[in-house]
Ligand binder design. Structure first.
Ligand code: PLP
Length: 414
């Protein structure tokens, strides 16, 4: 987690002490560092300096408007997967002309809207979707910009739930079928073939699988060129991993190096779709210990955050480092860190050795990506607040949901 430090025994994000933020905004609360977000974006920009490249931030990692507007101002485009995400991008001041639209289930409404708003490219995931896009473009008397998202059948060596580039995944068009589909698309009056895209998975710790996928994508692009189909964009996806515990996580300069070497001298513009690596280590989830419970087999620390706030541990058995916000003189014991939700899968960490007491604050680290965006109201728990720290200032960028918000859209039958 970046821009996190201990000052006089108290954990700070940038210049702000976390107990102060807990007093002001309550818990559970997501806390993001603006400096960490900016530095993560700068890392990509530096690695891509001198190349014709566009960073399309994957909105699903963290879609708070404050983060989207920060990245838009830093020149980023966006990778979206729904009309809701497109609306967020526009509300945050993002440019539709820098948006790529991914996802296997784009509805007719979503396609119509995105086409009318002038997005940069649809990353098409099936022949049936291509046909739908073509029909909608014809009805609107437009030409839809498309790339095929190909599935290169490369094992990204990550968690099965977050690997997307294997033949047996639902994502993309099998790479050996793509050439024929490109030929058909290139003859359509209502499709403009713009590029090729691939994204093989998430939390990738070494660049080799991405390089392997890129080699297959480049070979196909060359075949297409010999068919008279010239591509403008090569979209190599996102997926770079981050450090949650002690992983040897790459930085953009090393992760992108083989991709940049493989594409050196080519005329296409490069597109990347990083999500997790831009926001993951720029955020934490601040929570308070409600109760300590000494069991016969295990000790439990029941905290006020739960799986509805941060689902990754329950969903993927993901590890998040959990640290006390203030040093204490209690004895350290191994605790199961659990939330109030009525599920045995509601845990945030197992067997964490912590010196804590009821009422203490804990920081669940590296929670900036796939944290708030995966949250729910399960157990009728209002969603947490989100706060962006900028130096010595804290901005509430999403207010905590109220109890009334929980059922605002519901009604009783007469
Ligand atoms: C989720 C996703 C990304 C972002 O992945 P990260 O691992 O967060 O970088 C990029 N592209 C597509 C198509 C995705 O589905």
């Amino acid at each position: 987690m970046n821009h996190l430090s201990v000052v006089d025994g108290i954990l700070h994000v940038e210049q702000l002490a976390l107990p102060e933020l807990a007093r002001t905004f309550g818990t559970p609360c997501y806390v993001y560092s603006r400096a960490a977000l900016g530095a993560a974006m700068q890392g990509y920009k530096d690695a891509l300096a001198g190349r014709d490249a566009l960073i399309c931030y994957a909105v699903k990692a963290n879609s708070n408007l404050a983060i989207l507007s920060l990245f838009a101002r830093l020149g980023a485009g966006f990778d979206i997967v729904s009309r809701g995400e497109l609306a967020r991008v526009l509300a945050a001041g993002g440019d539709a002309g820098k948006v790529v639209f991914s996802g296997v289930g784009k509805s007719a409404t979503e396609i119509r809207e995105a086409l009318s708003l002038g997005i940069m490219c649809f990353n098409v995931e099936s022949e049936a979707e291509l046909e739908r896009i073509e029909n909608i473009a014809a009805a609107l008397k437009k030409r839809a910009p498309v790339a095929l998202r190909v599935n290169p059948d490369v094992d990204p060596r990550t968690h099965p739930y977050i690997s997307t580039g294997l033949r047996n995944n639902k994502f993309g068009i099998a790479i050996d079928q793509a050439r024929a589909i490109y030929r058909r698309a290139s003859q359509s009056q209502h499709l403009a073939v713009r590029g090729i895209a691939c994204h093989i998975g998430s939390q990738l710790l070494d660049a080799e699988p991405a390089a392997e996928a890129a080699a297959k994508v480049l070979a196909l692009a060359d075949q297409l060129a010999s068919d008279g189909i010239a591509l403008q964009n090569l979209d190599l996806g996102g997926g770079m991993g981050i450090r949650y515990l002690d992983e040897d996580a790459p930085v953009p300069a090393t992760y992108l190096a083989p991709l940049l070497a493989a594409t050196a001298g080519r005329s296409e513009r490069l597109v990347f779709e990083p999500g997790r690596s831009l926001v993951g280590n720029a955020g934490l989830l601040l929570t308070r210990v409600e109760y300590l419970k000494r069991g016969t087999e295990k000790n439990f620390a029941v905290v006020d955050a739960a799986m509805n706030d941060l689902m990754r541990p329950a969903l993927y058995d993901a590890y998040h480092d959990i640290v006390p916000v203030a040093a204490s003189r209690h004895t350290a014991l191994p605790y199961e860190i659990v939330g109030p939700v009525c599920e045995s899968g509601d845990f945030l960490g197992h067997a964490r050795k912590l010196a804590i007491a009821a009422g203490d604050l804990l920081a669940i680290l590296s929670a900036g990506a796939y944290g708030m965006t995966m949250s729910s109201n399960y157990n009728s728990r209002p969603r947490a607040a989100e706060v962006l720290v900028d130096g010595a200032a804290a901005h509430l960028v999403r207010r905590r949901e109220s109890i009334a918000d929980l059922y605002a859209g519901e009604s009783s039958v007469p």
